[in-house]
Design a binder for this molecule. Structure first.
Ligand code: CP3
Length: 343
């Protein structure tokens, strides 16, 4: 078994495994070249040849301990029949879903696999090309985060449009959450059948919800997805990332079916070490901003993170995705440092 799989399965490991959220991306010149070849970002996601290529780039360059499938959380909305575009310099733009009729229009789950077929092809290709000791992480967005893009038509700080919709149109909102939960179960099962070794669920906007809403619309749907899939694939580990949910992380850590909790950079590491690590393997939480800084500043922070988390096994990662202005030599420094640790 690989170091990464041993760690996420709760076995003892000699050092923390390392990979980065968004490790394939614009901070790499080879990514920018392939991206140009592909045309649009969506064309890249749906081109299994090129998506395989960019997934492998950070593995070849840095020797990360795990690869993450190159795709996007919004592809499933595209596959459900919502028009999705990625506008250069602005991010995603979607046709918002506002009422019962719109919801009905996107309720046919059977249609998703045809559109998502290239993603499954990418997974199969990667399983052929990845080194045997580098497992593949498949992923999906959590229903709430997908719903924020679906309802508002784009990302929004605080997700207020989706939050108002949740309160004012609760029946429709719940229909959307249930639909996205079911679609995500089908999508992830196909990724697993195609060869994904581990699954990560991104709830990037979970922090916009109040505590009671987080439990109902972030934790519960994720729990349903994980427990349904584990009935059929009990050995697949799940990494759950409820970003910025603060002390509600402790509710997530009580859920047996979640194997790893990804922690953001805003949490107090001493609190994580005391309250979360005894119950769950964690993954995180270097602030990606340090990858844009001097080696000295980065090194100081790196020492703090590894010192604070050292009493239990953990997966080294960032608190959120790597940014386009991250320095390649800083990524190298972090990988070398982590590979030199001995528990
Ligand atoms: O390397 C990897 O991590 C795998 C690929 C991956 C991407 N997006 C590629 C991508 C993964 C796992 C994601 C997840 C994703 N996508 C999330 C959850 C994680 C998070 O960051 O909170 C979200 C919210 C999205 C939606 C999304 N995709 C946004 C908001 C944007 C625009 C913002 C930006 O960074 O430009 C994207 C585009 C996107 N997804 C890029 C990449 C490499 C950049 C697009 C480009 O090349 O122009």
């Amino acid at each position: 078994m690989s170091l990464f799989l041993e760690c996420v399965n709760g076995q003892s490991v000699e050092r923390p495994p390392i990979w980065f959220m968004r490790q394939a991306g614009r901070y790499l010149s080879e990514y920018r070249n392939t991206r140009k070849k592909a045309g649009s970002f969506l064309d890249l996601c749906y081109n299994s040849e090129l998506a395989t290529e960019v997934t492998l780039q950070p593995i070849d360059r840095f020797g990360f301990d795990a690869a993450i499938l190159f795709a996007d959380i919004l592809l499933i909305l595209d596959a459900l029949g919502v028009k999705v575009q990625f506008i250069e310099g602005q991010g995603p733009l979607l046709e918002p879903v506002k009422n019962k009729k719109d919801i009905e229009r996107i309720s046919n789950l059977e249609q998703i696999h045809e559109k998502l077929f290239p993603v499954y092809e990418t997974v199969k290709k990667l399983k052929k090309h990845l080194p045997k000791d580098v497992p593949l992480i498949g992923f999906a967005g959590a229903p709430w985060t997908l719903a924020t893009y679906l309802i508002n038509g784009k990302g929004e700080q605080g997700s207020l449009t989706a939050k108002k919709f949740l309160i004012e149109n609760n029946d429709e909102f719940e229909k959307i959450i249930n639909l996205l939960t079911d679609a995500t179960i089908d999508y992830l099962i196909m990724q697993i059948k195609s060869g994904a070794d581990v699954i990560k669920i991104f709830d990037s906007w979970a922090g916009a919800l109040n505590a009671d809403m987080v439990l109902r619309y972030s934790l519960n749907p994720i729990k349903k997805i994980v427990s349904e899939i584990k009935k059929r694939h009990p050995k697949i580990p799940f990494i759950v990332f409820p970003r910025s949910v603060n002390t509600i992380y402790s509710n997530f850590s009580n859920e047996e079916c979640f194997d790893v909790l990804a922690v953001d950079q805003f949490l107090d590491r001493k609190w994580i070490a005391k309250k979360i690590q005894p119950k769950k393997i964690i993954q995180g939480n270097l602030d990606p901003i340090f990858l844009t800084q001097s080696k000295k500043v980065l090194f100081q922070e790196l020492k703090k993170v590894t010192e604070d988390f050292k009493s239990h096994p953990y997966v080294f990662n960032l608190g959120h995705g790597i940014t386009p202005d991250a320095k390649v030599e800083n990524v190298e420094l972090v990988v070398d440092y982590i590979k030199g640790i001995k528990f």
